[in-house]
Design a protein around this ligand. Sequence first.
Ligand SMILES: [Fe+2]
Length: 458
Amino acid sequence: MSETSILIVDDSLAMRRGLRQCINLPSAQLTEAVDGQEALELAAIRNFDLIITDIDMPRMNGIQLCKSLKTNPATKAVPVIMVSSFDSDEDIDRGFQAGASAYLIKNEARSSLMTTIQDVLPKVEFRGKRLILVVDDSLVIRRMVEDGLVQAGFRVLTAENGKKALEILQTTRPDFILSDIDMPEMDGFSFCQAVQANPDLVIIPFVVMSANSDRGHMMRMLRRGAAAYITKPFNLDQLVIMVEKILSDQFQLLMKDRERLEADRRMLLATITSLVSALEARDAYTRGHSEAVATILSGMASLMGATELEIETLTIGGRLHDIGKIGIRDSVLLKPGHLTDEEFAIIKQHPTIGANILRSVPSLAEVITVALHHHERFDGKGYPEGLAGQNISLWARITAVADTYHALTSDRPYRKGFMPDKAFQVLRDVRGSQLCPDCVDLFFKWITTQPGSSPTSS
Ligand SMILES: [Fe+2]
């Protein structure tokens, strides 16, 4: 989380200092006010993420402060924690009615303030990121629901019927839809049906709000895919709690899904390692080649400013770029010395074989191009498709440079590996013909970051 700005309001200096000491947030920026009036003035000119206030103060007390904050559109989403020595149920109730998010008795502050802050802040952050589409033909209902949800910290869009809502959905993707049923032009049934029929929209929780509490009516909506049904008139607090519950359940499901994907990815990486080991066990001369190419690629990609995910994917691509050699028979793959035209034609099949192997694994779709196109040449004279220039994917062009450099510097049955300087010269010679010039430049930029490597300029 970026810096969290917290306003502490109390007429007692000792209490303000005490509250400061209870707040153990490294990113917190703490400001103090001596009463509600000063706090309100500060909140009008600065954005606070949280206000912690006493109740009993001169000029303006904490209840009046909270009510004023909650009636101002600019400050109504700021959560308020009340910390007071008033400890009766009526006092606590008064605090919540004024709009407080939490209420602590002063002598609980030391033990509970931090957990309360940690409970209140993520909720606010969670809500602030969630966009809710409210669809109702009644302006009064739209305003009321919008006010309630905005006050609770959500972002809200409104539409007066299903047709208008569908127009909004063409360009905007809310996290939640709250819709009336009886509306002109397009009613809630048809709107819900249209949402459920669209694969991009079907995952958005759809909740119906209707004055019709008939069981059959409710069941009909739920059968059409609505996540819940709330009957009018409803209490706004109930509505907010329901929206938050459904969103947080959905969030939990997404997190579980992410964990499952992560486990799948780990399994996939283990499978890749085995595949590469199987390939390299057959061919001693390329042993370690895939890993070395992957390392170069990861360095080049991070110099380009690629994201962590892109770097990881390209590294996998590097490990797998020659995986198609698994399908090349030993007599050709392991043959020392020069290959006949016929044998070379067989070797040239390895990009296509590799791409076909990777096509069967959906999560490897992005690296197919690395396996398929790493022998394409920038001048169009490569294989298997004879692509040229930018028609070859950037990842494949980068891989071609890393692959060429590592192949040149590795020992082969028929020759010893080049010293780096000689390999650098070859890369310069084929810059723009065999290899993409920008990718060669990127390679030289990367190699200068490597210890002990300083290619001399030609
Ligand atoms: Fe290759």
